[in-house]
Design a protein around this ligand. Structure first.
Ligand code: SER
Length: 338
């Protein structure tokens, strides 16, 4: 008998670590996979921990011989800044890696006789606003608007949403007999995420968590975007909760495959003010990197998440004040005082 597990790729990443902690606390059997070694406490939380590359076909075939996988959280990705240093390599991980996982899910679904749920984090990077005037006019963008990303990461995420849609509805559509559904694809376009316990690697919304964690350590921080830069953010517990909620939503209540969610949209200057209030003496300066600035300027200032609120009851627990006062500041303070 094969063991029954929930597969989490990118398990050692920011979102992966938070999701593993959440699902392990609920008693779920987890297969945590990451290209980087998994931290010790994660190994204790997952039934099985593996270091390996999602592009390694032999590794993926071994997984399906050993495990029954009714649910996949495919979180592994190369984020937006890092992807620009090696766009083709990023495409390989972000697109070919997702394709390999979708194929694995389709095969599993066919074996199990019911669709495998495939949860996929997409991003605000899937949007591309051409200039600041348009960004100001656009306000809270809806899922179908401005789908013209300017980064490799954004192109990859947008395309993978389409791949998921294809696997869920049209995979092998010319095969004999009725087209069967083996994958139940569900995706969230996340805003920038801020965790109290981890830092991102290689993203372009990283200025927010970097500023806060540096301030808490009494270190100066030179923010790489202008003070008036505005994009949406969310506290990590709300992001993880959203993944789980969307996974658990009854299929019939979902009217789409892809959902915006958001919580608050501060400017970088407003973030600085919060850091200074929480950590008096924090030294934050603004030294825009024009290239990274252009990426953030192409992302919306706000997202319309009414579809997620209506279909599966999305509602963030942390607005800006609660995120800082109840989650980020106390936990970050404790972390660096320890
Ligand atoms: N936080 C991500 C990044 O900055 C966007 O999804 O790349």
């Amino acid at each position: 008998m094969r063991k029954h597990v929930v597969l989490i790729t990118g398990a050692a990443g920011e979102m992966g670590q938070a999701l593993v902690a959440r699902l392990a606390a609920e008693g779920q059997s987890l297969l945590a996979l990451d290209v980087n070694p998994l931290p010790e406490e994660m190994r204790a939380r997952a039934q099985v921990s593996m270091s390996g590359d999602i592009l390694d076909e032999r590794l993926l075939s071994r997984l399906v011989t050993e495990f029954e996988i009714p649910l996949v959280y495919h979180l592994a990705a190369v984020l937006s800044t890092r992807a620009e240093y090696s766009p083709e390599a990023a495409h390989h991980v972000n697109v070919d890696g997702t394709l390999a996982l979708l194929r694995l899910a389709a095969e599993q679904g066919s074996w199990l006789g019911h669709p495998v749920t495939f949860v996929f984090p997409s991003s605000i990077a899937a949007y591309g606003l051409p200039d600041l005037q348009t960004k100001a006019r656009a306000g809270a963008v809806k899922e179908h608007e401005w789908n013209v990303p300017t980064t490799m990461y954004g192109c990859n995420k947008l395309y993978c949403e389409h791949l998921g849609h294809y696997y869920a509805r049209y995979y092998r559509q010319l095969a004999q007999g009725p087209t069967e559904t083996h994958v139940d694809f569900r995706s969230i376009r996340f805003p920038g995420l801020i965790s109290a316990f981890t830092l991102p690697t290689g993203g372009t919304s990283d200025y927010a968590p970097e500023m806060l964690h540096q301030a808490a350590q009494g270190r100066p921080y030179a923010c790489f975007v202008r003070e008036d830069t505005r994009i949406p953010f969310m506290a990590m517990p709300d992001a993880v909760d959203a993944l789980v909620r969307l996974q658990q939503a009854p299929r019939e209540s979902l009217t789409a495959d892809v959902y915006n969610i958001t919580s608050f949209s501060p400017t970088a200057g407003e973030l600085r003010d919060r850091c200074v209030r929480a950590f008096p003496g924090a030294q934050v300066t603004f030294e825009p990197d024009l290239k990274r600035q252009a990426i953030v300027d192409s992302w919306p200032a706000d997202l319309d998440d009414s579809r997620a609120r209506r279909d599966w009851g999305f509602r963030p627990a942390f607005d800006e004040a609660r995120a800082f006062d109840d989650y980020l500041v106390p936990n970050i303070r404790a972390r660096y005082q320890a």
